[in-house]
Design a protein around this ligand. Structure first.
Ligand SMILES: *Cc1c(COP(=O)(O)O)cnc(C)c1O
Length: 229
């Protein structure tokens, strides 16, 4: 229902502002990424019309099917797993890839990025917490990958992204986010232009902001519960 979008959007903005204030941070330093997986173009366009610019999609085919019916001024972020055979679609149809997990993928994305587009803005996805199912680079390996990524001509490394294990405990949430923040700071120390610490979702965005998140990725709190794919 597009009618409930505006109140949800304002509530999320309010929550971000309150978490920033509690952490002594400027809310302007925290971007909102609207996670629009499973949402139809009518809802995406309605939220865009309210002023939301950046939208994140997990499933590449789903995103490509929707993009022609969405506003051309949307900034698309790929936040889902990218298999090698899908890298060209990401290079051609997204502004950002937040799920960079290997040098092989990075090289392909750089080679396949069309020359008329700006460099692909990238975050290295970190594996945080010990759930074997989660993808991403181990924190100890992030610097080595970053060193190679910054040499690639058509990628621009912006920072790191993480999806820690879901937890109801705020101290546990903060513990995971602090691990990602340490890697982010390490990259900032070594490279220019590292300004994105992408962490926090509907259920844990306040904890993420307390630990320094600069981009929260929010789906459910903006659009309502998702119907299962
Ligand atoms: C689905 C998803 C989100 C948003 O999750 P919500 O709990 O709906 O806010 C954020 N990041 C990634 C990588 C996701 O897959």
């Amino acid at each position: 229902m597009t009618t409930s979008l505006a109140p949800r959007f304002h509530a999320v903005q309010q929550q971000i502002a309150e978490a920033a204030k509690a952490a002594g941070r400027d809310p302007a330093g925290i971007r909102l990424l609207a996670v629009s997986k499973t949402q139809e173009p009518v809802q995406i366009n309605a939220l865009h019309a309210l002023g939301q610019i950046a939208f994140g999609e997990n499933y590449i085919q789903e995103a490509l099917a929707k993009q022609p019916n969405c506003s051309p001024t949307i900034e698309w972020h790929c936040i889902g797993p990218v298999q090698s055979n899908k890298s060209r679609l990401v290079a051609e149809h997204f502004a950002w890839c937040q799920s960079l997990h290997s040098l092989k993928l990075a090289r392909r994305l750089s080679e396949q990025r069309p020359s008329h587009l700006a460099p692909l803005q990238c975050c290295i996805q970190l594996h945080i917490g010990d759930e074997a199912s989660k993808s991403g680079v181990m924190p100890a390996e992030a610097l080595a990958l970053a060193e190679a990524v910054v040499m690639l001509p058509n990628l621009r490394l912006r920072g790191v992204m993480c999806i820690p294990p879901a937890s109801d405990s705020v101290p546990e949430q903060r513990h995971y986010f602090a691990e990602a923040k340490a890697v982010y700071q390490q990259l900032q120390h070594h490279f220019e232009g590292i300004d994105t610490l992408s962490m926090g979702m509907s259920a844990d965005l306040s904890a993420a902001i307390a630990e320094g998140s600069t981009m929260v990725r929010v789906g459910t709190a903006l659009f309502g519960p998702r119907t299962k794919r």
